[in-house]
Design a protein around this ligand. Structure first.
Ligand SMILES: [Zn+2]
Length: 81
């Protein structure tokens, strides 16, 4: 059974601490209330790594990534490359 993490949408709960994990079958309906205090909860997506934004390391990479690269030609002036 997958482990789900939940947190309270609002307020605090002394019973569950405001954040708790529950083992539930995949087929179980989404939990909307804390089983302990009946306050509304939402599922916390944990264990997923958010994809890191690719940082362009060069002008070429930046252009490939769709950046408009501006070259600084003099003080306060920039030139489109
Ligand atoms: Zn609770």
């Amino acid at each position: 059974m997958p482990l789900y993490e939940y947190e309270l949408c609002d307020g605090e709960c002394v019973v569950c601490g405001g954040r708790f994990t529950l083992r539930r079958p995949l087929t179980a309906p989404a939990l909307t209330q804390c089983p302990a205090c009946q306050k509304p909860v939402r599922r916390v997506l944990s264990g997923f790594s958010t994809p890191k934004l690719l940082k362009p390391v060069s002008v070429t990479d930046a252009k490939k990534a769709g950046f408009t690269v501006l070259k600084r030609v003099s003080k306060g002036e920039y030139e489109r490359q």
